[in-house]
Design a protein around this ligand. Structure first.
Ligand SMILES: Cc1cc2nc3c(=O)[nH]c(=O)nc-3n(C[C@H](O)[C@H](O)[C@H](O)COP(=O)(O)OP(=O)(O)OC[C@H]3O[C@@H](n4cnc5c(N)ncnc54)[C@H](O)[C@@H]3O)c2cc1C
Length: 331
């Protein structure tokens, strides 16, 4: 279930619809959104950690930043960091309303499960792009952005997924390699190429995620050795630098991804659609008046798709009685 199945689905979709890449790298998407906000009179504060949502008389009225600054909100506060951040950190337990529905919301977020598989990633700076052994049969492979390697047939792929859903490191190494620089040289302005592989894995090694700090480098080197069997030119002469991130590193760098959960909550059927994140609370509102959530922990699910944000915007403008300024979505 969850991410395991999602990966199979994604691989199928790549073949059907191809692979969308933001020119210059995915942070171009964030930069474009910042331009939209600023050109409409908004302000974006980078590197500003939010310590608390300010709640007065049961209503969200702003945010308290880690540097002590208070940002006041006249109409609404929208949390884009997911439900775990909200319930675990941003709103203290005794601030949530005491009624049964509100308490069910908080308990539901506590029970909202992390992804059943996490990702280990190895990033490489390269002089030349990977030359895949598969290119002997199809030269286009070397011009392909996304190549799943290491699991050569369906039973092996299933085995890899089975291992991680059982919370052990995959017995069959391999994963999805993405070499965006073959399609978009602007991602490496100083020339050369870059690539990364993510391997599905488990968050807890020997029941302790901290074990990753001891084995991260070794696991990364192992992964690179295996990857080299499929792309032999990933040798010392070609690899300029290698960096490895464990699921624990991911959680530290992106604190919304609790337990290395890149979907901000497992995508199993019992945590999807109207059940995401908690039955009865899929509408982006929270038990606190004028406090909303817009993130991958909401319906439909994770990915750089913008859907939770758009859906939340629909609800918020409706509640505030503001005219929608974007076209209505029709199927
Ligand atoms: C290795 C990897 C590969 C992936 N590949 C793909 C892919 O190819 N395609 C795809 O569509 N998706 C991919 N994803 C998934 C995608 O990145 C996530 O699903 C998506 O980023 C979720 O978006 P989000 O805005 O809901 O949450 P996030 O991206 O987690 O954004 C939330 C932000 O809030 C910040 N934050 C949290 N708490 C606070 C606080 N208290 N104060 C201030 N800021 C805070 C976090 O630092 C973070 O920047 C990948 C994820 C990983 C880890």
């Amino acid at each position: 279930m969850g991410l395991g199945n999602f990966v199979f689905l994604v691989i199928g979709l790549f073949h059907l619809w191809g692979w969308n890449v933001a020119r210059g790298g995915t942070n171009s998407v964030a930069r474009a959104l910042i331009r939209v906000i600023e050109s409409n009179g908004g302000t974006v504060l980078n590197r500003s950690h939010v310590d608390r949502v300010l709640v007065e008389n049961g209503r969200a009225v702003g945010a308290l930043l880690a540097n002590g600054d208070e940002i006041r909100a006249e109409r609404a506060v929208v949390c884009g960091a997911g439900h775990w951040q909200l319930v675990d950190h941003l709103v203290p337990r005794d601030t949530w309303p005491d009624d049964p529905d509100s308490q069910a919301f908080v308990r539901g977020v506590d029970r909202f499960r992390i992804d059943d598989a996490a990702l280990f990633t190895t990033h490489l700076a390269l002089r030349e792009p990977p030359q895949w052994i598969g290119s002997e049969h199809n030269p286009d492979v070397n011009r392909t952005v996304a190549v799943y390697w290491g699991t050569d047939d369906t039973p092996t792929l299933k085995r890899q997924m089975w291992d991680v859903t059982e919370h052990v490191r995959p017995s069959v190494p391999g994963g999805l390699a993405c070499t965006h620089s073959v399609a978009d040289p602007s991602i490496n302005p100083s020339g050369g190429h870059s690539t990364f592989t993510w391997e599905p894995t488990c968050y807890e090694v020997d029941d302790d995620p901290k074990s990753w700090d001891e084995i991260c480098e070794e696991v990364g080197q192992e992964l690179l050795r295996e990857w080299r069997r499929y792309a032999p030119n990933l040798d010392d002469g070609n690899v300029v630098a290698a960096v490895h991130y464990s699921p624990l590193d991911l959680e530290r760098r992106t604190i919304s991804m609790k337990g290395g959960s890149m979907m901000l909550g497992d995508c199993s059927p019992d945590q999807m659609g109207p059940l995401r994140p908690v039955p009865g609370w899929a509408h982006h509102r929270t038990p606190i008046e004028s406090l909303y959530v817009s993130a991958a922990s909401c319906h439909p699910f994770a990915g750089v798709n913008g859907a939770p944000g758009r859906n939340a915007a629909e609800v918020i403008v409706g509640d505030l009685g503001v005219a929608r300024w974007w076209p209505e979505y029709t199927l």
